[in-house]
Design a protein around this ligand. Structure first.
Ligand SMILES: Nc1nc2c(ncn2[C@@H]2O[C@H](COP(=O)(O)OP(=O)(O)OP(=O)(O)O)[C@@H](O)[C@H]2O)c(=O)[nH]1
Length: 307
């Protein structure tokens, strides 16, 4: 199917591991574990997309492995296929109740093994695709608001625990309504795509993150970036957009498409509620940039820091 997917085979029997490896190697990257302890260690460190797990193993059996994995947040969503030599309904039910997605019976028949594993890998692949689509803005193909909120929460926590500065930026296209009125909505869409690409390109050599968070509104998260560097990054980014030289006859501030931006930089404090308050300050700074004539960057006033 796809080399990017990985399957962890857990079996104490070498010949079973070999049969399973041969079944899977054309569809996914194969990882191997000989016992329960190795299975847990490799699942935690390598986060495989699927685990094929033997039930009967010395020291730690498959049931204990699945219980451990289900109790850890990093591994609890990894689908697990059980392998059993028993034809007891009770054993099968126990595996399924613990959360196994399928059960394979020994002796292993390669055709059946391949078909069952293929189905599970397809599910993983489709889930991944869906997950990517849910986080991407359809017009510009950069991150969308949902992804922005998730990254903001993560970076807020990082700033909080590491004490590093975090800069938040909101950027808005100037006189965009007039652009649409003048050149048409479709041309407006093309401009948004070009701006998104340019902003993304501008952040390529930084740890910055860019998303389209509204119609003609974009936002950046700049981790470990104090205000003076944030200003430099944003000024460069908006210069790159004006350098695209997209004619805008209806603009009240330039002959080409321009952006205004508001920045708020801080070291995170308290909960993620304050992340929203910090974003609000970047938005207010953007409002000031608009009021002051647009096509410029304004840094939020430190006197209006959230309490
Ligand atoms: N083409 C296009 N236009 C959009 C999209 N989303 C929002 N818009 C338009 O963006 C315009 C935003 O207008 P306003 O909020 O008045 O802002 P503005 O005209 O840019 O004025 P300032 O922000 O004050 O400089 C509206 O006309 C929306 O229809 C989109 O996906 N495609």
């Amino acid at each position: 199917m796809n080399d990017e997917l990985s399957v962890l085979i857990v079996d104490d029997d070498k010949s079973n591991r070999q049969v399973l490896k041969e079944c899977i190697s054309g569809m996914a990257q194969v990882l191997l574990a000989k016992n329960g302890a190795q299975a847990i260690e490799k699942s935690m460190s390598l986060l495989p997309d699927l685990i094929v797990l033997d039930i009967v193993m010395p020291d730690m059996d498959g049931f204990s492995v699945i219980e451990t994995l289900r109790n850890r947040s990093q591994t609890q969503h990894i689908p697990i296929i059980f392998i059993t030599g028993s034809d007891s309904e009770e054993v099968e039910m126990k595996g399924l109740k613990l959360g196994a997605v399928d059960v394979l019976s020994k002796p292993l028949h390669p055709g059946v093994v391949q078909a069952r594993i293929y189905t599970q890998l397809q599910n993983v692949f489709q889930k991944r695709l869906l997950d990517a689509l849910v986080h991407i803005d359809a017009l510009t193909t950069i991150a969308n608001r949902r992804q922005f909120d998730e990254v903001l929460e993560r970076e807020w926590k990082n700033s909080l625990s590491l004490g590093t500065p975090l800069s938040l930026v909101i950027l808005d296209v100037d006189y965009f309504k007039d652009y649409n009125d003048c050149y048409g909505h479709q041309a407006g869409d093309t401009v948004l795509k070009k701006i998104a690409l340019s902003l993304k390109h501008g952040l390529e050599h930084t740890h910055g993150f860019i998303a389209r968070i509204g119609g003609e509104e974009f936002a950046m998260i700049l981790p470990n970036t104090p205000v003076e560097f944030a200003v430099e990054i944003v000024e460069n980014a908006i210069k790159q957009v004006s350098d695209l030289q997209i004619a805008h006859q209806g603009s009240g501030c330039s002959s080409v498409i321009t952006l205004s931006a508001g920045i708020h930089s801080m070291v995170a404090k308290n909960t993620s509620d304050n992340a929203r308050a910090a974003l609000e300050l970047a938005d207010r700074a953007l409002f000031k940039a608009k009021e002051s004539g647009r096509n410029q960057v304004v840094v939020a006033d430190s006197v209006c820091l959230p309490a």
